[in-house]
Structures are given as C-alpha cells and as structure tokens.
Write a protein that binds this ligand. Structure first.
Ligand SMILES: [Zn+2]
Length: 372
C-alpha cells in the first residue's frame, strides 16, 4: 500500500546524515589510567500505560505463508509510514480491520511477501492493530520482534508503523496522531528506544513516504513522545517531575561546547559535548523547583568509548554544590540516577556538567530529570 516510488524492502539505505559528525565525536579516546567512576543505579524508566492494540485474530488475519523471523534483540528505532491510501472519513473499527486485511492481502498477494510487512497499523480513527505475526506478544515482552518488510536495511533493527492515509499535502487527523504518540511512547518504553530514534521511511529508502507534511511533523512527534514518556512516569512517588534537555531554552553552555547529532542513544539531538579541561566551564540545566525538599536527580547521555570515563555532574544542592562522577562510556540511552539531593525552591541552574576532570574523552550534556 505504498506509492509507486516506494521501495519498501531491499531498497538501498539513505544517505547517512547522522554519520557526519562521527569523526569529531570519536576523537579523544585515551588512557583511562586510574580514574574511578561512581557506580550508578539501575535505569528507572517511566511507566507508560499500554494502549489498546487489536491483535491479528481481531481483524481475522491470514496466517503467514511461512514462518516469520524473530530477532532476539530489541529494535533500536521506529519507522513511520503512510499507507498512501485515500484520506477517507470512515473512522470506524470495522474500517480499521478492513484496512489491516487489505494491506496484508496486498503485501502477500501482490508483493509476494510472507505476511504484512509492517509490525503495526494505525487507522485514521486512531485504532491500533497488530500487523505482522508475533508483533504484539514480542512488544509486550520487550526483548525481541519479528523481522519486518518495510524499510530496507532497517528491517532487522526497527519497528514499522503504517499510518492510514496520504500526507503529502495534509496532516494526519488528531485521532491518528494522538494514537501514534501513545503507541510510540509505549514502544519506546518497552524496547528502551530513545524518543530521538523515530524516523520517516524516507530517511532510509528512496521514497516520498510518509509524505511531506507528515515528515515535517516528526520533530514534533519526537518531542510529544518524550513528553508522553515523561508524563507517564511517577517513579519517584511524588507529583513533580521536570526533564530538561540540551536543546531547551533552559540549557546554557559556553561557546567551547560543541553540538552533535551522531549518537543514536541521545535523549534529544543535538546534544552538547566538550573537551575536558582543568577549569569548570559547566553547561547548565535550569529548572523551576516548586518547593524546598528532597529530589531525585537523573541524567541521560549517549554512551561511546570515546566519551569521558569520569564526567562530573554538579548538583546545586541547598547545602552547597555536590559533585557526582559518572562513566559516559556505559549506560547510554537511559536514565541513570545521580542520587537524592536537598534543593531550594526557585528557578535556577540545578544541574551542571563540568569540564573539570582528569578523565579522558568528551564530557557530554544531553538531558537531566528532576523529580520528587
Ligand atoms: Zn513507507
């Protein structure tokens, strides 16, 4: 169910735009002599409720013509498609099920594939359906997924979502978009995929999919998914939670800090990096702390062997600054606890990343989370 210029399977990969900064960021790998890093807590992911997902039995799917391949690892990205079908007004569940059968028939009978190519389908009414065999139970399990047929070389690494309609000149309806945000947030949670790793089909294949207008909305989608994951969490047991990333107006850094979009583990792109030096020159995350009290502070960074093994995070605690060192070569792409701190009320620079370390490699400033 793609436009004629679409090449859903076996197409050459797109230009690797994310590789442009790779050389710069990988500089700085050096000896780690004697540096010690704080042992950090296990990742604490927010809990996003599962949306209603109609399984294959619900829409009377045909069995696959041969066994689907199960990849026994987590996918690392989500690929957004449009079906390139008419933008019809029927938002019923019956229409959504009919759409699912139509896509499966097309992929099996016309394309000759073993099953529907994508893992999931969302209708214009916002109904979410399992598509390829085993997609729903593996999503619920969070450790594996069926190899798809929707995005060329990304089929072994990604979850594909077919969104009903054609979005070259109009935006998807709110019901579809809202369901997509919820579904992506849940999928990012289940597979530990950073919200920054949501792409359009055209990022990887020579295709107009998912249409110019929808493609232009993907930055907003990434932000909305990040907010949904944020809002779904209550892991601290309190009612306050703030996430500040380095693309925010609440982030400040000197001109000595560079930006990069290279790593696929970033919370938001571009993130900031700097050479270690024996002066602070900290990059700061500002937040509005509602009342004096104890808060849990977490940090998120993309990990890489070239990043710093002893990065100082400075927390502006009410009793004076406290510094926690972390190893940014590991634990990338997840929230890592820096600890609990007493914070004063008010809007101020709460968490900083200092450049003052004897560790080697770039220090990274990506995102912090503060909650009570
Ligand atoms: Zn597509």
């Amino acid at each position: 169910m793609h436009a004629p210029d679409d090449y859903c399977d076996g197409a050459p990969p797109g230009v690797g735009r994310r590789s442009l900064l790779r050389g710069a960021v990988l500089l700085g790998v050096g000896a780690a002599a004697g540096a010690t890093a704080l042992t950090t807590a296990a990742p604490a992911l927010a809990q996003v409720s599962a949306p209603t997902i109609h399984n294959r039995a619900a829409w009377n799917a045909r069995p696959p013509s041969s066994a689907v391949t199960i990849r026994n690892h987590r996918p690392n990205k989500i690929v957004i498609h449009h079906t390139a079908t008419a933008n019809q007004a029927d938002t019923s569940l019956a229409r959504a099920f009919s759409l699912s059968r139509g896509i499966q028939n097309h992929h099996m009978d016309t394309n000759g594939w073993i099953d529907a190519g994508q893992q999931f389908t969302i209708s214009r009414g916002g109904h979410i359906m399992e598509a390829r065999h085993q997609s729903l139970p593996t999503l619920q399990g969070g450790t594996s997924f069926p190899h798809g047929a929707h995005a060329g070389v990304q089929n072994s690494e990604s979850i594909g979502i077919e969104n009903e309609g054609t979005y070259t000149s109009v935006a998807p309806p709110a019901a579809l978009y809202d369901a997509l945000v919820h579904f992506c947030a849940y999928t990012c949670q289940q597979y530990q995929i950073p919200p920054s790793q949501i792409f359009g089909h055209r990022d990887f294949s020579a295709t107009a999919c998912p249409g110019n207008v929808f493609y232009g909305m993907l930055s907003q989608l990434r932000n909305d998914v990040a907010d949904a994951i944020d809002g779904g969490g209550n892991g601290g047991g309190g009612d306050f939670e703030a996430i500040v990333d380095s693309t925010s107006g609440n982030f400040t850094a000197s001109g000595n800090w560079g930006t990069s979009s290279w790593s696929s583990q970033a919370y938001a792109t571009p993130y900031h990096f700097a050479e270690p030096v024996l002066s602070s020159d900290a990059a700061w995350f500002r937040a509005n702390i509602p009342s004096a009290g104890t808060y849990q502070v977490d940090a998120w960074w993309p990990a890489d062997p070239g990043y710093n093994n002893n990065t100082p995070f400075v927390v502006a605690a009410s009793g004076g600054s406290e510094t926690v060192h972390v190893n940014q070569r590991t634990n990338g792409g997840r929230w890592v606890s820096l600890g609990s701190f007493s914070l004063s009320a008010g809007t101020y620079n709460v968490v900083g990343v200092s450049r003052w370390t004897t560790g080697s490699g770039y220090v990274l400033a990506d995102a912090v989370r503060i909650r009570n």
